[in-house]
Each structure stands twice: as structure tokens, then as C-alpha cells.
Design a protein around this ligand. Structure first.
Ligand code: NAP
Ligand code: ZN
Length: 346
């Protein structure tokens, strides 16, 4: 086994501690990635804050970059030293209809999540990227685009792909009218990507102080969602609204801004919701969701970001400040993604 340093929460309420964990020895199709930077996703905060004892121990982190440290005997796509990126899925069955369609994120056997999942071979619990090294099957490792800041690429691997999938599915392009709800890690990348695809972008925020940032990121309009008259002014006007809010909330006001035959895609806080079907009936609106992305779309996103020079706006912090980063994320004090510098683990 490979002994690695990692930030782990042992039990509900315990917080993260730097400990030694074991990674498997490389299988023939494995790649060992020396992790240099890992984004801090709100999902990590949901995970560490969980009250479910079965969800622990947890090493969070599912959007990271680094260099290849070693490769298994049958790996041909990667060599030691290659700059790479890994996202929130590290394996899938590879043969179900979803996998064959390139939607490994919806694998019929459920994809193996980067942390909190079960390894498909030995059944061990997967431990995430808040660590010095990660061992992953080669199919779920991606070449990093050249010329982009590695720290700012890391968030593309979860935040980025999660919003890229709906933008592509609903064929966002020049002339599309796109709304983005919540200007956080996912939201700010949705704005950049939708703008780069040529869409007219409207940001819905609860934070009036983010309006200037939203415009600088590419938004054409900013609506403070707590202002009913501002919401009414954009009623029935958007083709696709991507909701990235991290807390449970009423979706009805956001269905209200969707245009005829348009879609509200809720990718943020997932859980039971009540919907008044009249909000769907009037205007024949659709409500959808999404999670992560498949391998082809992930590569497509990385290529697109390389071509357009798109990365996340990040605040890079020493890995030992992970607790502060999570605490600040919890009070919406981030512009717009924390990234841990894990090269400092040595
Ligand atoms: P984040 O950086 O914290 O951004 C969330 C944004 O939501 C905040 O910046 C804030 O935007 C808004 N917000 C927060 N609390 C709110 C509240 N009580 N009411 C209304 N708005 C609120 O989080 P993130 O990393 O982007 O993640 C967003 C959500 O997506 C999380 O729940 C995460 O678990 C989930 N997620 C899902 C997937 C997936 O595959 N489906 C992947 C990654 C993340 P404003 O200040 O602009 O209002
Ligand atoms: Zn995430």
C-alpha cells in the first residue's frame, strides 16, 4: 500500500484532521496522481457536515489537478510527469447503456464517486483529493489544457462540468437566453461558459454586492432575487435557467422566469421538493436536474476552456487552512472558489 497524507473527518462533527491513509498499489490500468491543487466544493461541506455516521470517515475533494507520479503496466495514455486533472467520478461499469452513451455519470450500477464511493474491485471506501496523492483508473484521468493556471483548472472538474452538461444538453449558443441562480463556485463558471457560448446571461443572486462581479464574469443582466419587482420584470423570459443554490429553497420563482417551452435545471442542493404543477403547466415548462458529466463532455469542456482561456476565479489557500476555507464557504464568503494548495504536504 502507498501511505499518503490526507485531510480526513473521522465522524460527524469531528472536523478535518491531517492523517495518514493508505492508497492501493497500482493495478495495470491505474494512474497515481500527485495532487497539487484541489477545489473546495460545497458538496465537500455537505459531506463533512453530515450527521450520518455511515458517511465517515471521509476525505473530501473531487476536483483536483496534479502530475502523474506513476502508471500501471498497461497504461498507454499517460506518462510520469504528465499534467492531469481528475473530477468527481473515478470509475463506472463501462458497459451499460449510460456508459456506452458516454454518460458514465449516470452509470446503471452508479458511478464510483471520487470520495465516499466504493471501489469496484476491492470494495474499499474511496478517499478524495484533499490528499497528497490519488490512485485512479486511467479512463477517469484527463490531460490538462496547456497554458492555464493549474489551481484555476481544478474547479472545472466538478463545478465546471456540472454546469457544462446542461448548457450543452439544451444547446446553448448565440441568442440563447440563460439564467444562472446563485453566484458561487458552480454559478460563476456557468456565467463564464454561457457567455463564451454566446448566450445572453442573467444572474439571479441574493447578494447585491456581487452584481459588479457578475457583469465582469460575463452577465448581461443581474437580478437580486429577493426583490419581487425585479423578478417580475424578467418573468417568462429565459430559455434555460441553471439553479446552483446550495440550500433548500422554493423553485417556483425560478420557474416563473422560464420562457415558453424553456427549462429550469436544478443542479444545486438536491433533496425532496414541492412543486406546484401549475408553474410547469403555464408555458409548458420543464424541470430537470443533472450531476457531473460523462467522459466525452468532460474532455470537451477542458478543450473548450483551453481554447477560450476559461478557468475559475480562485482563492488558493495553504492546505492546513482547509477548516477556515470550509467555514467561509458556509457563510457565502468566497469569490468564487477556494482551492487548496496540496503541494505543501511535501
Ligand atoms: P457555493 O460556492 O457555496 O455557491 C452557492 C451559491 O448559492 C452561493 O454563492 C449563493 O449565491 C447561493 N446561496 C447560498 N445559500 C443560499 C440560500 N440560503 N438561499 C439562496 N441562495 C443561496 O456552492 P457550489 O460549490 O457552487 O455548490 C452549489 C450546490 O451545488 C451545492 O449544493 C453542491 O453540493 C451542489 N453540487 C451539485 C453537483 C451535481 O453534480 N449536481 C456538483 C457540484 C455541486 P448568491 O450569493 O449569488 O445568492
Ligand atoms: Zn463538487
Amino acid at each position: 500500500m502507498r501511505s499518503i497524507q490526507a485531510f480526513q473527518a473521522a465522524a460527524p462533527g469531528s472536523g478535518l484532521e491531517l492523517v495518514t491513509v493508505e492508497r492501493r498499489e497500482l493495478r495495470p490500468d491505474d494512474v497515481a496522481v500527485r495532487v497539487t491543487h484541489c477545489g473546495v466544493c460545497h458538496t465537500d461541506l455537505h459531506a463533512v457536515s453530515s450527521q450520518d455516521p455511515n458517511a465517515f470517515p471521509v476525505v473530501p475533494g473531487h476536483e483536483f489537478v496534479g502530475e502523474v507520479a506513476a502508471v500501471g503496466a498497461s497504461v498507454t495514455e499517460f506518462a510520469v510527469g504528465d499534467p492531469v486533472a481528475v473530477g468527481n467520478i473515478v470509475d463506472s461499469c463501462g458497459v451499460c447503456a449510460m456508459c456506452v452513451a458516454g454518460q458514465e455519470n449516470f452509470c446503471a450500477e452508479f458511478p464510483t464517486l471520487t470520495y465516499g464511493g466504493r471501489d469496484r474491485v476491492d470494495g474499499s471506501r474511496t478517499l478524495g483529493g484533499y490528499s497528497g496523492e490519488y490512485v485512479v483508473r486511467d479512463r477517469f484521468v484527463y490531460h490538462r489544457p496547456a497554458g492555464l493556471d493549474p489551481a484555476a483548472v481544478a474547479p472545472l472538474m466538478c463545478a465546471g462540468i456540472t454546469v457544462w452538461e446542461p448548457l450543452r444538453r439544451w444547446q446553448v449558443g448565440p441568442g440563447s437566453r440563460v439564467g444562472v441562480v446563485g453566484l458561487g463556485g458552480l454559478g460563476h463558471l456557468a456565467v463564464k461558459l454561457a457567455h463564451a457560448l454566446g448566450a445572453q446571461v442573467t444572474v439571479f443572486t441574493t447578494s447585491p454586492g456581487k452584481a459588479d462581479d457578475a457583469r465582469a464574469l460575463g452577465a448581461d443582466h443581474v437580478v437580486v432575487s429577493t426583490d419581487p419587482s425585479a423578478m417580475a420584470a424578467v418573468a417568462n423570459s429565459l430559455d434555460l435557467v441553471v439553479d446552483t443554490v446550495s440550500a433548500a429553497h422554493d423553485l417556483t420563482p425560478y420557474l416563473g422566469v422560464v420562457a415558453l417551452d424553456g427549462t429550469l435545471c436544478s443542479v444545486g442542493h438536491l433533496g425532496p421538493i414541492d412543486i406546484e404543477t401549475m408553474a410547469l403547466l403555464i408555458g409548458r415548462k420543464s424541470l430537470a436536474s443533472g450531476g457531473s458529466g460523462g467522459r466525452p463532455h468532460t474532455q470537451e469542456l477542458l478543450d473548450f476552456c483551453g481554447e477560450h482561456g476559461i478557468t475559475a476565479d480562485v482563492e488558493v489557500v495553504p492546505s492546513r487552512e482547509v477548516g477556515t476555507a470550509l467555514e467561509r464557504l458556509g457563510r457565502n464568503d468566497v469569490r468564487y472558489r477556494f482551492v487548496l494548495d496540496l503541494a505543501d504536504l511535501g
